[in-house]
Ligand binder design. Structure first.
Ligand code: ADP
Ligand code: MG
Length: 672
């Protein structure tokens, strides 16, 4: 096997490097350049270095390269720093949420697309950069799609020289080119042939079929590493264990190393797939679609593609989100197969029939902007103060359904983020400065008024992380019975407080089987939030009550009422929906009669096997009378969509607080 070739990779031999001059000229000459090249051709790691060497980046400025994923931004920055023989944070750095590794010397900066959106709020001209590269454009992440629209405008309005580069691994250049009115630069690939095998019939379980295929390759095929796509963390971990067990019971074959790869894996574990390994060991990497285009796993000869991916789908009518396993698109199938032909001829096993590929699978993946809740997006566009903005007709590459936009405007209005004329309120602007989803941001804004900033920041941080503990049983030592009855938010608060009292020790996390990564991350987020909002104290015994009241304001659109005689709930609002509280949580809430609280607010409304409310908190009906009144109000969506003709002027005139607005005393970012 020739896996050595990957490790001693000659950078000048990458397809992108061989076109260095042409790329530099194209970017110098055109305001926008679209560059198409196979995964692994060197777009992400080489293009910024080429632009730097060729002097296309202005002396005192930097190139900013966006990635849809945090892990990609960090790992690529490390790789490029290595190639340039500098330390991360010097010439090459990265900026992701809650972590900035850059300095004044930084000329190449990798960021998540979300980070660049936040930088735009503070510096609408992006004056630090002379070039922005929107990388992995084919992924069509929500944030990258917003950047398309916003930067397309900036290209024509910025006085100083500014260049935009769009890179994609799929052949969608025409579409980008039409939208940006720019030339397309296609980099010829350098791939080896990939033989494709389809299943003759649809497997009963793609999971079992994937394991069988791994073992079949291991026992019967020649040397070469395997990349197997699955849908998520739990499934991948289970698959790895099953393969390891299967290998242990077979004899007479080469050793195998099984490695998982997914976004929430610790960085150390992730980097194992890039490390050299013994050629006598067959590696099997079981990955989410993170390995489809954003991380290039070296040395793969065999690819196993079950034809599925986990995807979020938001239903604006009910406010329900589902994270479901759906079929991949034809473009994705092609990408996955391509992973096999990077260093030598390879083979791809598709665990679905040729007929399914041709007739059932969509041609391309639907962009995230068309299947997600847009409250944060709309608030963002509103607070950017773009001239003559009408969010309904904003120049998106692919416009979201008007219902999605209307839903977002309605929610934003009910939260007090925009006023009757669709202009951002002071509350809305304060919300947008907090690195939180809109409901939590709104609760934080309210918390100062109620004197419970510490508590709310803790809960917001814990909810932002989402991964804390597996079994609630050991928590009974940390959380009193009464607190349990109040709901998940209070439980999360008590867990964090107990850890804080223990001096944030690791042993504590072990003892109560809390997720070390999740809890450390929550601690970071909380610290950052407390740096942004001034802490006001309240008496200790009022804290919980006030916390729940702040949450009521933030979650005004996420309230449910229990049915009279059993534990079913009905969500409030125009499209009231029957649902239940997620079982593991209900256990905590039920009182002695086994009945759950009459009124609750919920953090998530998800469709799994049925509609479930997750992370719920008990509230009192008298706290939400105003919210209920608002929910039944008729709203003029078109007025909210357009805003006033001169947004920046009208928002200055509009500083009179509405009833829900309060003085939150936000500190300037970075202030202590
Ligand atoms: P693209 O963005 O076009 O998909 P990249 O710039 O990410 O390509 O990768 C270019 C080459 O560098 C690939 O052959 C890849 O295997 C290699 N490479 C990228 N990152 C690493 C890394 N962390 N370790 C080793 N090789 C890497
Ligand atoms: Mg790339």
């Amino acid at each position: 096997m020739e896996s050595d070739e990957t490790w001693s990779l000659d950078l000048s031999d990458l397809p992108v490097s061989r076109r260095a001059n042409e790329i530099a000229c194209a970017v110098e000459k055109n305001a926008v350049t679209v560059i198409i090249g196979e995964t692994g051709s060197g777009k992400t790691t080489q293009i910024p270095q080429i632009l730097l060497k060729a002097g296309v980046i202005a002396e005192d400025k930097a190139v900013c390269v966006t990635q849809p994923r945090r892990v990609a931004a960090v790992s690529v920055a490390k790789r490029v720093a290595e190639e340039m023989r500098v330390r991360v944070g010097e010439e090459v750095g990265y900026g992701v949420r809650f972590e900035d590794r850059t300095s004044t010397a930084t000329r190449i900066k990798y960021v998540t697309d979300g980070t660049l959106l936040r930088e735009l709020l503070e510096d609408p001209q992006l004056s630090k950069y002379s070039i922005v590269v929107l990388d992995e454009a084919h992924e069509r992440s929500l944030n990258t799609d917003i950047l398309f629209g916003v930067l397309k405008k900036l290209v024509t309005t910025r006085a100083e020289k500014f260049r935009l580069v769009i890179t994609s691994a799929t052949l969608d250049g025409e579409k980008f080119s039409r939208y940006f009115g720019s030339p397309v630069f296609t980099i010829p690939g350098r791939t080896y042939p990939v033989q494709i095998a389809h299943s003759t019939h649809a497997p009963r379980s793609y999971f079992e079929s994937a394991i069988e295929t791994v073992m079949d390759i291991h026992l019967n095929a020649g040397p070469g590493d395997v990349l197997c796509f699955l849908t998520g963390r739990d499934e991948i971990e289970k698959c790895c264990r099953r393969i390891e067990d299967a290998v242990r019971t077979t004899r007479q074959c080469m050793d195998m190393q099984v490695l998982p790869l997914y976004a929430s894996l610790t960085p150390d574990m992730q980097s194992r797939v890039f490390q050299p390994h013994d050629a006598n060991v067959r590696r099997v990497i079981v990955a989410t679609n993170i390995a489809e285009t954003s991380l290039t796993v070296p040395g793969i000869v065999f690819v196993i593609d079950p034809g599925v991916v986990k995807q979020i789908e938001y239903d604006a009518a009910t406010g329900m989100e589902s994270l479901q396993v759906v079929q991949i698109s034809k473009v994705q199938a092609q990408q996955r197969a391509g992973r096999a032909g990077r260093t030598q001829a390879g083979r791809c096993y598709r665990l679905y029939t040729k007929d399914a590929l041709e007739h059932d699978m969509p041609k391309v993946t639907r962009p995230e902007i068309q299947r997600t809740c847009l409250v944060a997006t709309i608030l963002y566009l509103k607070t950017l103060d773009l001239k003559d903005l009408d969010v309904m007709t904003f120049d998106f590459l692919d416009a979201p359904d008007p219902d999605l936009i209307a839903d977002a405007l309605r929610q934003l209005y009910l939260l007090g983020g925009i006023d009757d004329d669709g202009n951002p309120t002071r509350v809305g602007r304060e919300m947008s400065t907090l690195p939180l989803e809109p409901s939590l941001a709104r609760a934080m804004v309210e918390a100062r008024h109620f004197g419970c900033v510490l508590e709310t920041a803790t809960v917001a941080a814990m909810l932002s992380v989402g991964q804390h503990y597996d079994e609630a049983t050991s928590l009974l030592e940390l959380v009193s019975h009464d607190d349990f009855l109040m709901g998940d938010h209070i439980v999360l608060l008590r867990v964090f407080q107990a850890w804080e009292r223990d001096g944030y020790r690791r042993s504590f996390l072990k003892r109560f089987s809390l997720s070390e990564r999740g809890m450390e991350f929550a601690r970071d987020i909380r610290k950052q939030l407390l740096g942004l909002v001034e802490v006001t104290r309240t008496s200790h015994d009022q804290g919980l009550r006030m916390l729940r009241r702040s949450l009521c304001v933030g979650f005004a659109t996420k309230i449910a009422h229990r049915l009279p005689h059993h534990n079913g709930y009905r969500t409030l609002g125009e499209h009231s929906t029957l649902c239940q509280v997620y079982p593991t949580m209900a256990r905590q809430l039920a009182d002695d009669d086994g009945l759950l609280p009459e009124w609750i607010l919920f953090h998530e409304f998800v469709l799994t096997s049925r509609p479930y409310l997750r992370y719920v908190c008990k509230i009192e009906s008298e706290w939400i009378s105003k919210q209920r009144e608002m929910l039944s109000k008729k709203i003029d969506i078109h007025r909210l969509s357009r805003g006033a003709l001169n947004p920046s002027l009208s928002s200055q005139l509009n500083t009179k607080p509405t009833a829900t607005e309060v003085d939150v005393g936000l500190k300037a970012p970075g202030a202590r």
